[in-house]
Design a protein around this ligand. Structure first.
Ligand code: NAP
Length: 485
């Protein structure tokens, strides 16, 4: 990869705080690191609580005019942003790979996915409707309308630095809400570039404010104390989500929580094994396994488990690990050393409890946070990785005998984000789909993410939906008017 191009993409990215339409320097800066080389890429502004307050002031000031802006105008801004993201997909993908590590082809898919949220919500912005109905008693009429909830705090994670942003920004813009966004400290550049693009396509000053920081709780804390903030939408880990829920109770904010997962991948004895293995590679290895919807544990019928494990190990063992910018690389580095250590410890623990390594099971190289794609067979109930989110390229395979055993194993988790089910028996598929405690299900399919569908979980995976018809509802409040007529 061309070092000069990498440099120019980094140089073209804003590094400041976006507040009220201006890019401001922070009092201090922090380094953004390339996880493949462990080398710094650049410095960005390290926002303070005072910066966050200024960002909320700007969002509050912009709110009335933005709510009044014609839906078609809001829609056109999103549509232009969709087009601009696609035009600039190569540069945006490179930027994302540099700060997050995923292979370029995957970064490009994420840019497309991220852009699609803008297109989808451009189409939704002009379809915010109400109702006019007759009172059942016959006297009077009922009028309902849907209005923007008001200024929002949007907090995003590092694993999908752009799509987790557009999935919130798209509906907020469409609904007429203003925003303060706090991206993850490991991957601020994608969000900063996104903000610049939205400015370029005409988003009015103050509608979107971005505060990058290394002190997330100090910086966002005061916003929860301010009654002018009306909503928080968070994507990240369940423990942080719980803390934010407590803070949100102070002024009873509207809350959307997209939290952790522990996706079961069920392969029944009548499944198409070729398809189950093919889709398992996607469900496990997309985003280096650092995805809330990554298949976290494979429950395979005992008649197929050996063959499934063998074939999956063959596929994962053949994947090319390396810097995401290099040709042919399919597996990039993990985000940092903490994440790699956590993955390595989960594998060691599973092996200590009897699992057998079919491929991988080790760190790769002496620079960058690489971990080999790993398949573990014969995983026992004691292994921690059946309960914890692995967030890495590790596939534990466990067997089951009966459907009820498979369903019970799948539901034995505090999480409930997504499950994957492989069977060709319609009756069984429908029974299992109804019995699983999840917000989403892939049926003979290893990927569910789609801007046109409602993404979200149940149990400790959170609540609220992003994308689909449901996505915009998170940013709208219903008002009812009783009409004497
Ligand atoms: P995280 O530690 O919870 O961080 C997520 C975001 O919250 C980051 O911007 C982080 O800032 C910020 N944050 C952390 N502590 C905070 C606090 N006390 N107050 C305010 N903000 C705070 O999660 P992560 O490790 O970045 O992301 C991985 C997790 O996200 C996984 O559990 C994954 O399953 C989940 N996830 C869920 C979905 C979904 O849609 N359900 C999608 C993607 C990821 P800093 O960067 O400064 O720490």
């Amino acid at each position: 990869m061309d070092a000069a191009r990498e440099k120019s993409v980094i140089e073209a990215t804003p590094k400041g705080l976006l507040i009220g339409g201006d890019w401001r320097d922070g009092d201090a800066t922090f380094a953004v690191t390339d996880p493949a080389t462990e080398q710094p890429l650049c410095e960005v502004a390290n926002g303070t609580p005072a910066d966050a307050r200024a960002a909320l002031d700007a969002a509050v000031a912009a709110q009335p005019a933005w709510a009044e802006t014609a839906p078609r105008d809001r829609s056109e801004i999103l549509r232009r942003a969709f087009e601009r993201l696609n035009e600039r997909a190569d540069d945006l993908a490179l930027l994302m790979t540099l700060e997050m590590g995923k292979p370029l082809a995957e970064s490009k898919s994420e840019v497309t996915y991220a852009a699609e949220f803008f297109r989808w919500f451009a189409e939704e912005a002009v379809r915010i409707e109400g109702r006019w109905s007759r009172n059942p008693s016959g006297s009077g009429r009922l009028l309902t309308m849907r209005q923007p909830v008001g200024p929002c705090l949007l907090i995003t994670p590092w694993n999908f630095p752009m799509a987790m942003g557009t999935r919130k920004l798209g509906p907020a813009i469409a609904a007429g809400c203003t925003m303060v966004v706090k991206p993850a400290q490991q991957t601020p550049l994608s969000m900063l570039m996104l903000a610049q693009i939205l400015r370029d396509v005409g988003l009015p000053d103050g509608v979107l404010n971005v505060v990058t920081t290394t002190t997330a709780s100090d910086v966002t804390g005061p916003l929860f104390d301010d009654a002018r903030l009306r909503k928080v939408s968070f994507t990240g880990s369940t423990p942080v989500g719980k803390k934010l829920m407590e803070q949100a109770s102070k002024h009873l904010l509207r809350v959307s929580m997209e939290l952790g997962g522990n996706a079961p991948y069920l392969v029944f004895d009548d499944a198409d094994l070729d398809a189950a293995v093919e889709q398992a590679v996607i469900a496990k290895m997309r985003n280096i396994g650092e995805s809330c919807v990554a298949a976290n544990r494979f429950h395979v019928h005992e008649s197929l488990a050996d063959e499934f494990g063998r074939r999956l190990a063959e596929r994962l063992g053949a994947m090319k690990v390396g810097r995401g910018t290099d040709d042919g690389v399919q597996v990039g580095p993990l985000i940092d050393e903490d994440q790699r250590t956590k993955v390595a410890e989960l594998v060691e623990d599973a092996v200590d409890h009897g699992a057998k390594v079919l491929t991988g099971g080790e760190r790769v190289g002496d620079r960058g946070y690489f971990y080999a794609p790993t398949v573990l067979a014969g995983v026992t109930d004691e292994a921690n990785l059946l309960r914890e989110e692995i967030f890495g390229p590790v596939a534990p395979v466990k067997t089951f005998r009966t459907d009820e055993e498979a369903i019970a194993a799948a539901n034995a988790s505090e999480y409930g984000l997504v499950a994957y089910v492989f069977t060709n028996d319609l009756r069984r598929a429908l029974h299992v789909a109804e019995a699983l405690e999840v917000g989403m299900l892939g049926l003979n399919k290893g990927m569910v993410s789609n801007p046109a569908a409602p993404f979200g979980g149940v149990k400790e995976s959170g609540f609220g939906r992003e994308g689909g018809r449901e996505g915009i509802e998170e940013y709208l409040a219903v008002k009812y008017v009783a009409v004497e007529a």
